[in-house]
Write a protein that binds this ligand. Structure first.
Ligand code: PDD
Length: 295
């Protein structure tokens, strides 16, 4: 008997990329000895594509390359070859005019189980396309609600590791508390969300934690900082204490799938007035204008 989750995969008609071949997602198979399955020995990327065009592709490919280098896997393709794979996937899945996201995963490949890296394994390369829905206007108007949790994850959160157990446990806790995200705190300082980066605004100053090993260098985060600087807004990259988070005028979350979203409730208490702030509204508009400028 198949579960409903298995059936939905069975009926998926999308085309994915697996080790050089474009095949139906439902037929894509990887060995149980793949080190991605056995050890979560791999990294991933999520790249949004608006109207068929991968967004901030150069930055995503640089992070992919940095991540592969960090875990000592050779980058299997040049940037040009990656771009061709993404473009093919977008057109084969009929997304050339609408928004979607590319999920890409590279693992160290198949080998006899041994913690030490094998000398001769071939990386497993997988990519698929997911629909990317525009932010729900009702949710943007209401704002997100979050919980705060201790950052229980490892010491290399700058690597986009497929080992996401810490993140999913925290995100699940958010869901069980009817919240959209968990904002994580390590040694009294905000690091990031379980699947997003964090910004606050206080007295017209926009602030986000500096990039280090405690958080993922989000592509959306970097773009928000870039836009703020271009616009002459006061934006600083400094530690945010838990107290600063709780007393902020505005709190935002950023990610490739959320773009920039306002947080209006933290642990069920309102952020300032409990409605999306004016700085968020301005940044949201600037972000949309930036997207439109690339079309
Ligand atoms: N996650 N921090 C974490 C832990 C994340 O998982 C993500 C994104 C971000 C934001 O990064 P970016 O702006 O590059 O998307 C920050 C993706 C979307 C995911 O896992 O699906």
């Amino acid at each position: 008997m198949k579960t409903s989750a298995e059936k939905s995969v069975q009926h998926d008609t999308s085309i994915c990329f697996l080790n050089g071949n474009y095949i139906p997602l439902k037929d894509a198979k990887v060995s149980v000895l793949d080190r991605g399955f056995i050890f979560a020995d791999g990294i991933y990327e999520v790249i949004p594509a608006f109207a068929g065009k991968p967004f901030r592709l150069e930055q995503h490919l640089k992070r992919l390359h940095d991540n592969l280098t960090a875990i000592k896997i050779n980058n299997p393709y040049s940037n040009k070859q990656w771009q061709v794979i993404f473009t093919n996937l977008i057109s084969k899945n009929n997304y050339p005019d609408t928004d979607c996201s590319v999920y890409l995963q590279v693992t160290r490949g198949v080998a006899k189980r041994d913690h030490v890296f094998p000398d001769d394994s071939t990386a497993t390369i997988f990519a698929m396309i997911n629909p990317l829905l525009p932010a729900n206007p009702d949710i943007l108007a209401r704002g997100l609600s979050v919980i705060i949790r201790e950052d229980i994850r490892w010491q290399y959160c700058n690597i986009k590791s497929i080992s996401l157990l810490g993140n999913i446990i925290l995100k699940q806790e958010a869901a069980e508390n009817n919240a959209d995200e968990a904002i994580l705190v390590r040694n009294g300082n905000v690091t990031e969300g379980a699947a997003s980066n964090v910004f606050i605004v206080k007295n017209n100053v926009i602030k986000t934690p500096p990039k280090d090993k405690k958080l993922l260098p989000g592509i959306t985060r970097d773009l928000i900082v870039e836009i703020a600087n271009q616009q002459g807004l006061n934006c600083i990259e400094e530690n945010i204490t838990e107290d600063e988070l709780l007393t902020a005028d505005e709190v935002w979350l950023t990610s490739s799938t959320k773009e920039v979203a306002p947080v209006c409730f933290i642990e069920k208490k309102p952020v300032a007035t409990g409605t999306p702030g004016q700085h968020w509204a301005k940044m949201y508009q600037l972000f949309q204008e930036y997207k439109d400028s690339l079309k």
